[in-house]
Design a protein around this ligand. Structure first.
Ligand SMILES: [Zn+2]
Length: 422
């Protein structure tokens, strides 16, 4: 048994829905961990007697649940900051050539190790991750995640209409997906996601087959992109004139359900959002990526009107940082440009328990509730001279917001997986 004493904050429910009671804050708190699971979390004064035998490690910063990155591409990490294109041209010019290199397993292993170590250094303990079309790219990521004991969900990308060298077939896509699910099911803290890249790169037959894979495996997610960039949306509308909208394309192939995660959703009709809410599908909001590619501004107020679940994605390599903390600052700016506001506690919820719910792991991580895995981080509001000056004597709300606006990997003082510091 281990215990961690310090200021503790978690936001298990969305405060905009559940009210201020959703915020769990213990100024002098105690987090008790046994066998990697949270045994208790509450005020030190209440718990100290019961857990007197657990020697408490004193933490100087703010303990919060580890971040959940709800949408990121590990094979694109070396393409971050590629200049000058909108989505479709950026894919052709920068991304597809880089993804072809993942046919080489040694390359995939090296990038997967670097990527996961960077996630941990940025305070991200769980993620829903795109690999490439190559089966070995998933094996590389899962092996590296297993070694590090991280909760990672990923899957082989399905793209039978992809460019030369990055193309599977309906049959090979299905066979490799089935083989990967069988190989990795139940191992470590890993999960599988059936992953059609997006509608433009899969045939109707492959999209239908992805739907049948989801139906056949109730323990896997569906992960793809939706309504990101005007050029992409026009392409989809032209190819599928019979569909009501972009979401409806996926819906017709059985890809819209409670285990579906759609990255972006920048340009959405009320019909589509209402259908997502009804189906229980989730959104990965990727503000740095949307601004970098000039895709547009996600409309949180519109998503709220329909009650669609939301997580935060860094979306490397169109995203510009692996820091979920920094991404929350960008999410705030996106909302401001839409004439809305984003409360820092709500932002933290999206980056932890909210994202965990969207990617189907909320029973395991995200809120530091008893029985959950003890994945947490320590935030240092004195990480830079400016942060320290802004936060000195400030109330929690202001410190948390300053961390989101001014913070990044420098503010991550420690990352813990199942109570073990990494
Ligand atoms: Zn993406």
């Amino acid at each position: 048994m281990k215990a961690f004493r310090g200021e503790i904050l978690s936001v298990p429910e969305d405060p905009a829905v559940a009210g201020p009671g959703a915020i769990r804050h213990f100024e002098d708190g105690l987090l008790v961990v046994e066998d990697g699971l949270v045994l208790a979390c509450g005020p030190y004064a209440d718990l100290a007697g019961t857990f007197a035998e657990a020697e408490a490690e004193l933490q100087g910063g703010l303990i919060v649940p580890g971040f959940v990155d709800a949408h990121v591409h590990y094979p694109q990490i070396e393409c971050i900051a590629s200049h000058g294109e909108q989505l479709m041209q950026w894919l052709e010019r920068h991304i597809f050539p880089a993804e072809k290199a993942f046919a080489d397993r040694g390359h995939a292993d090296a990038v997967a190790a670097f990527f996961l170590d960077e996630l941990l250094r940025h305070g991200t303990t769980s993620a829903l991750v795109f690999a490439t079309v190559h089966m070995g790219s998933v094996d590389a990521l899962f092996e590296a995640a297993l070694q590090r004991d991280m909760r990672i969900v990923s899957g082989k990308v399905l793209m039978d209409l992809g460019p030369e060298g990055l193309r599977d077939t309906v049959a090979s896509g299905r066979a490799e997906t089935e083989a990967l699910i069988a190989r990795w099911r139940g191992r470590g803290r890993l999960g599988y996601a059936v992953t059609p890249r997006f509608a433009p790169t899969s045939s109707d037959e492959q999209l239908a087959d992805a739907g049948s894979l989801i139906a056949a495996h109730p323990d896997v997610l569906m992960h793809t992109h939706l309504s990101e960039n005007p050029g992409e949306i026009a392409f989809v509308a032209e190819r599928f004139p019979e569909a009501a909208d972009y979401l409806d394309v996926y819906d017709r192939f059985g890809l819209v359900g409670p285990r579906s995660v759609f990255a972006h959703c920048v340009h959405m009709s009320d019909r589509a959002l209402s259908r997502m809410a009804e189906a229980g599908s989730g959104i990965a909001f990727c503000p740095t990526s949307n601004m970098f590619l000039g895709s547009g501004l996600f409309d949180l107020a519109q998503a709220d009107r329909h009650g669609v679940g939301l997580g935060i994605g860094t979306d490397i390599g169109a995203g510009t940082t692996l820091s979920v903390l920094h991404t929350l600052g960008e999410a705030y700016r996106t909302c401001q440009l839409r004439g809305a506001s984003l409360d820092p506690f709500r932002a933290l919820h999206f980056a932890t328990a909210g994202g965990a719910r969207v990617i189907g792991i909320a029973d395991r991580v995200g809120a530091l509730l008893p029985g959950q895995e003890a994945d947490f981080i320590v935030l240092d509001s004195g990480a830079t001279p400016l942060l320290a000056r802004r936060c000195a004597g400030a109330p929690l709300h202001d410190r948390l917001f300053a961390l989101q606006v001014l913070g990044d990997d420098r503010a991550i003082a420690g990352t813990y997986l199942r109570g073990r510091r990494v």
